[in-house]
Design a protein around this ligand. Structure first.
Ligand SMILES: Cc1cc2nc3c(=O)[nH]c(=O)nc-3n(C[C@H](O)[C@H](O)[C@H](O)COP(=O)(O)OP(=O)(O)OC[C@H]3O[C@@H](n4cnc5c(N)ncnc54)[C@H](O)[C@@H]3O)c2cc1C
Length: 447
């Protein structure tokens, strides 16, 4: 349906292309859900008189506005209808992820010459917010590929490496992710033990070790690895002697240890342990400087955390909309739920918290330079606040729906389970406390 793999977001053609795409989608049959027809996909914030004055804040340019419109249409027609089933069966919708390549979304932040859209952090936030509204698990796989792999390469690789790896990753022909965490080292990331040793006789590195919890680690149920991974490994005696490598599917000794099943949430996103058994990696696959990957890692963690915070916004907005709908429909004691103070409190408090998180996220996104470093405090802060906010709002939604909230058909129990991951992946709440306290302690008084 997205004919000819058109790059809809080249800087020159993005606006007309998005409009074309939006028209294309408009003729499609409407999706009907069990509870809500998603007519409520309209922004919850349109009910706020303040919202019109904040238009430019949430959509800094016309391109961003068009991008959101196109995403809403795509999410409504393509993402929403499959979310429940892929969660139930714990399976991964790889063809749908590849479609995001056709739409230009897999290379949002990549330069045009490698097939990307050359857009910014606000576009990243917007895409994650919208995809997560219907399917946070699908969005997590999108994040692992488009930010942890693609954006990292786009920011840190040489032009030759970008020309080798990015076009297929941006088109969706190759799908992969990033390997940082290990079975025995997560928060303590510099405690990693996966190592790579250079054999100078043939200019090839030998990598040995394991990476744990790797999103998109396998795309076929655990038989083989994903296509391409950015992998961090120890390359020297100091704790910070870490180098990043591109590891490609079918390199000898690179295989899946196990696919991790039965996760609490994010069940439609594949997670795997990856094993490196003396994997020979050519020197041309070293990204950045040898022993210099910690800076790249920290820089990419900023946009990762902002993307995860944006996912939390999608979860919260959906949960509020489900509560709004249900409060209209459900009657008790001869009244709608809207008439009960505790339900009013659940919905209004959730709205205020969602708007606070949304403003924090867009305030950071609108000024984040993807090639810079130094926004750690607020990247941690947005994720810390929004992850907990989304889980709390989804929890209120379950409560407001009573027994119906407790079953999959009404979506909010899935959103609540998915929200929990945002308190762990990309940094635990405790690691955000640790980092933020360090930065606040060092920094000047707040103004
Ligand atoms: C579904 C899923 C997908 C993931 N995808 C990826 C991926 O694609 N790539 C990747 O590299 N990783 C991925 N991860 C890993 C994730 O980033 C780690 O789980 C996370 O960083 C925490 O590490 P850990 O699980 O080893 O827990 P640990 O670091 O062992 O933490 C255990 C507990 O101790 C606490 N703790 C640890 N150190 C401190 C401290 N100094 N102060 C206070 N408390 C502390 C933690 O906050 C936590 O509560 C994924 C995880 C999940 C569950």
């Amino acid at each position: 349906m997205f004919a000819n793999s058109t790059r809809y977001y080249s800087a020159r053609c993005v606006r007309p292309a998005v409009r074309r795409l939006a028209r294309k989608h408009t003729g499609r049959s409407a999706f009907s859900s069990s509870l809500s027809s998603l007519d409520d996909m309209d922004d919850v914030a349109v009910t706020s008189p303040m919202f019109s004055s904040m238009e430019e804040f949430f959509h800094p340019t016309e391109t961003h506005r068009d991008l959101r419109a196109m995403l809403r249409d795509f999410v409504k027609n393509e993402v929403e209808p499959q979310a429940l089933e892929y969660n139930r069966t714990e399976s991964f919708n790889l063809p749908l992820l590849r479609q995001l390549g056709d739409l230009g979304l897999l290379g949002l932040t990549v330069e045009e010459e490698y097939g990307g859209a050359a857009l910014d952090a606000a576009a990243v936030v917007l895409a994650h917010e919208e995809l997560s509204y219907s399917d946070p698990a699908f969005c997590l796989s999108y994040l692992a590929h488009s930010l942890l792999l693609v954006n990292n390469l786009s920011t840190n690789a040489t032009p030759e490496q970008k020309a080798r790896f990015l076009p297929k990753a941006v088109s969706g022909e190759h799908i992969g992710g990033m390997g940082m965490s290990e079975p025995s080292a997560g928060t303590d990331v510099l405690g990693m033990t996966t190592k790579a040793v250079l054999d100078s006789s043939n200019n090839t590195w030998q990598m040995t070790g394991q990476k744990m919890w790797i999103t998109n680690g396998t795309l076929d149920g655990g038989n083989t690895t994903g296509d391409l991974f950015l992998v961090y490994a120890r390359t020297g005696p100091e704790r910070s002697d870490i180098t990043s490598f591109v590891v490609e599917k079918d390199m000898p000794g690179f295989h899946v240890g196990q696919q991790i099943h039965d996760k609490l949430g994010m069940r439609a996103s594949p997670t795997a342990e990856l094993v490196f058994d003396n994997v020979p990696i050519p020197n041309e696959n070293v990204i950045g400087n040898v022993n210099g990957a910690t800076l790249c890692m920290m820089r990419n963690l900023e946009i990762e955390r902002l993307g995860l915070a944006a996912m939390a916004l999608g979860i919260a907005r959906r949960s509020i909309n489900v509560m709004k709908d249900y409060a209209n429909d459900r009657k008790a004691f001869g009244k709608t739920l809207w008439d009960f103070g505790q339900i009013q409190s659940a919905i209004s408090t959730s709205y205020a918290e969602y708007m606070a998180g949304r403003c924090y996220v867009y305030a950071l996104a609108n000024q984040l330079d993807l090639s810079s470093y130094g926004n750690g405090l607020d990247a941690d802060g947005t994720k810390l606040y929004c992850a907990q906010m989304a889980k709390t709002v989804a929890d209120r939604a379950i409560q407001a729906l009573g027994g119906y909230g407790y079953v999959g058909e009404y979506n909010v129990e899935r959103l609540w389970r998915d929200a929990k991951l945002l308190e762990i992946g990309g940094g635990t709440n405790e690691s955000h406390h640790k980092n933020m306290a360090r930065d606040l302690r060092r920094g000047p008084p707040l103004e």
